[in-house]
Structures are given as C-alpha cells and as structure tokens.
Design a protein around this ligand. Structure first.
Ligand SMILES: *Cc1c(COP(=O)(O)O)cnc(C)c1O
Length: 391
C-alpha cells in the first residue's frame, strides 16, 4: 500500500466493540480486568492490554500504530508535545559526565534543554558545525552518548549530510537522534538514512490546522536499551504521554497529512520563486530552490519536496517589523505548517531572550522573517506580501 492509503486504512489493534469507523476517544483513565491473573499479566507486560492512561490508552495506541506502520519503526511513543518527545528521548540516553554532540543551529527550546537543563545535570552539550563531518568525528570521545541533529534547521534552513553523520556515529557505537519535524515521515525514510531515533513535533504538519500539541518518538530498534528505557522508565516516571483527545485529532490530521503537505510544499516553492522578483527582499531562502546550496543534498535525502518554511531577508529589523505590521492576510503568529500562512520575526520572538552574541552564534539574523506557508492561493499570499512591502 502507498503511504496515503496506509495512513487512512491502518486497522485498529482490536476490533471496536461497536465497529466504529473512526477510532473513538477512550476518555478513560483506567481499564478493568476479568480476574487478578490477567491484571497481573497486563501490569507486567506479559499480555498487551491497557491498564492506566498515563502509559497506555487505546486512542493513543491507534495513532502510534499508524505511525509505526508508516515508518516501519520498531516502536512509536506519542507524547504531549514535541519538546516532551525530545526531552524524554534525551533523558533516556544521557548520564552525568557524558556529552551530546549537536549543532548551534537548533530549535530554541532544544538548545536551552541541552545547554541549561541537561547541563545542570552534568551533561555537556558539544555544539559544533554538523556540516563539517570531520570536525564532528574529532569531537567524539568515550563519553559521547549520542549525536542530535535536525534534518533541516529552523530558521537557518541548513541541511546536514545525514548519511555521513550516522555512518561516523555508528562506527563509534553512538546512536543518532534526529528531529524530523520539518519534513514529514511520509516523504522519506529516516531509517534508511541511518537515524536510530526520530523525534517529531506532531503539533506541526501532523495535527493539521494547528489543533493540538503533540510529539512522537519513533524508535527504529537499533539501540534496544534506549527503547526499553523510554518505555519502562520515561513514560512511567515523567508522565508526558499524549491524551486521547489529542490523539483523536492528530489521527485525523495524519489521514490528510500527505495531501496537505504536498499542497503546502508546492505553494512554498511557487511563492519562493515569485518573492525573488520583489526588490526590497534581499534574499529568499528555501531549500526547494534549485540554486539553494543544500538543494541537491536535500533531494537525495528527503525527496523532491523541501517543506513549507521559507525565510526572507530585508534590509533591517525595522523593515521586518514594518512589513509584519502591514500584512493583511498572513497572520503574525508562531507555529509551523498551519493551514494558514504565518509570519514571525524569529530574532525578536523565539530567540528574543538570547543575547545578541548567542543569536549571532546561532546565525539567527535581525533581518530575517520566517514564513510558514499554508493552503491559500499563492496569488493571494504574493499580493499580501507585495502590498506590505509597498505601504
Ligand atoms: C515546534 C518544534 C519543536 C517543539 O515542538 P512543540 O510541539 O512545540 O513542543 C521541536 N523541534 C522543531 C524543529 C520544531 O519546529
């Protein structure tokens, strides 16, 4: 089955008691057992049955099963945000005195998780240029516990050579965790690129229309001890499992993901091409543009589409603010891959509490506006940006 078919037709783990066609919301905390023996077996994992919704719920399991089928993963865990997926995964790997090799080009909260939260627990974040594979290898030592990367960074739109990095990490016995939020897993196989654990903010493409926060840990089963710890320790002890209401909405989102994503990525490419014709825009950054320095690498790793995030550079921060204020259709809001097009000035918002030096080290520029392209007509989006530049 093709992925768009599979996303819709994946059967339920157990037949619904009423044969409901869409998975109902099991809005229940606890599940009853016929006898003490079955109860003991369920609690100890000898039989597969839900007992308590902090760690298992049929509606959430249904979402997890669908993602598992779509990705070919060994196991999938749905959590209540992208940050929960990232923090639970890292906490199942790190130990005091160990180090994580990663980039300066990271989602703001992931950067802070590594350099503040985990650093206080005695874990060192080794920030480096992940496009320099030899430099990465030089940083690996006996205390390196993982390599963490983003498949396309936000907002720099940098693409690293994932195959080269996973191959080096594996030569040293180190797992690779990748945040794949920017390109959906229906478009490419993280497993084929050698990624061991995929983390996704399902708040973005998957929720569909920005209905709910969610996160996924997609475990390819290559480091068994980590998968076990995620399931038996993190899920139970940190309590960040997805709720059934969210799983219901995100399962609906997953069913339309492929068609929405293709339309949004198509819009992003066309808009990026047209924005280049506008004089006040100094630079349009989109990996889908053929002359983008990462274009070929991205195509070889993620396929023909390049996501729906486009950035534009203007002459100054003042110019960025002026254009944001002049937009009539495009919304001034954070979030990515909503059905609506959104615009934000990352340096003063998402990265606003970092120092100017930190922002410079992360290559977050004062002159950049980030656009998340939605499902509107490209003509309307182009006209809105054009009028905002001309006012
Ligand atoms: C949004 C985002 C996150 C965090 O996800 P939440 O669901 O907001 O917690 C992590 N990584 C990337 C790349 C993101 O865009």
């Amino acid at each position: 089955m093709k992925k768009q078919t599979q996303a819709i037709h994946q059967p339920y783990k157990r037949r619904d008691a009423y044969d409901a066609l869409s998975m109902p919301i099991y809005n229940a905390v606890a599940f009853e057992f016929d006898n003490a023996k079955v109860m003991a077996d369920a609690f100890c994992g000898r039989i597969d049955a839900p007992d308590y919704s902090r760690v298992e719920n049929p509606t959430v399991t249904n979402l997890e099963q669908r993602v598992k089928a779509l990705t070919g993963a060994e196991n999938v865990i749905a959590l209540n945000s992208g940050m929960a997926a990232i923090s639970n995964t890292l906490l199942s790997i790190v130990e005091q005195g160990k180090n994580v090799i990663t980039s300066r080009h990271l989602f703001g909260n992931t950067y802070s998780l590594l350099t503040s939260t985990l650093s206080r627990l005695g874990v060192e974040a080794r920030l480096c240029d992940l496009t320099d594979v030899e430099a990465v290898e030089r940083l690996i030592d006996d205390n390196t516990c993982c390599l963490f990367l983003e498949i396309m960074t936000n907002p720099q739109l940098e693409v690293v050579d994932v195959r080269a990095l996973t191959s080096i990490a594996h030569q040293h016995g180190i797992p690779v965790i990748a945040d794949t939020t920017l390109i959906p897993f229906t478009q490419f196989s993280a497993k084929d690129l050698g990624i061991d654990l995929e983390v996704v903010s399902s708040t973005k493409y998957i929720s569909g229309g920005a209905t709910s926060l969610g996160g996924l840990v997609i475990d390819y089963g290559t480091f068994l001890s980590i998968g076990k710890r995620l399931l038996n320790e993190m899920l139970f002890n940190l309590g960040a499992y997805m709720t059934p209401q969210v799983a219901y909405m995100q399962t609906l989102g997953l069913e339309t993901l492929d068609v929405r994503y293709r339309a949004q990525a198509g819009n992003a490419l066309e808009l990026a091409q047209r924005l280049r014709t506008l004089k006040p825009i100094h630079k349009v950054n989109y990996v889908g543009l053929e002359d983008n320095p990462y274009h070929q690498l991205a195509v070889s790793q993620y396929g023909e589409t390049a996501g729906a995030m486009v950035t534009i550079d203007l002459e100054s921060q003042e110019a960025c603010f002026r254009i944001l204020d002049n937009l009539k259709l495009i919304h001034r809001a954070t979030n990515l891959f909503d059905n609506r097009t959104l615009a934000i000035h990352p340096a003063s918002t998402i990265f606003g509490l970092f120092t100017a030096e930190e922002r410079a080290a992360m290559d977050v520029q004062d002159t950049t506006i980030r656009l998340s392209i939605g499902l509107e007509s490209v003509d309307d989006l182009f006209d809105d940006i054009k009028q905002a530049l001309e006012v």
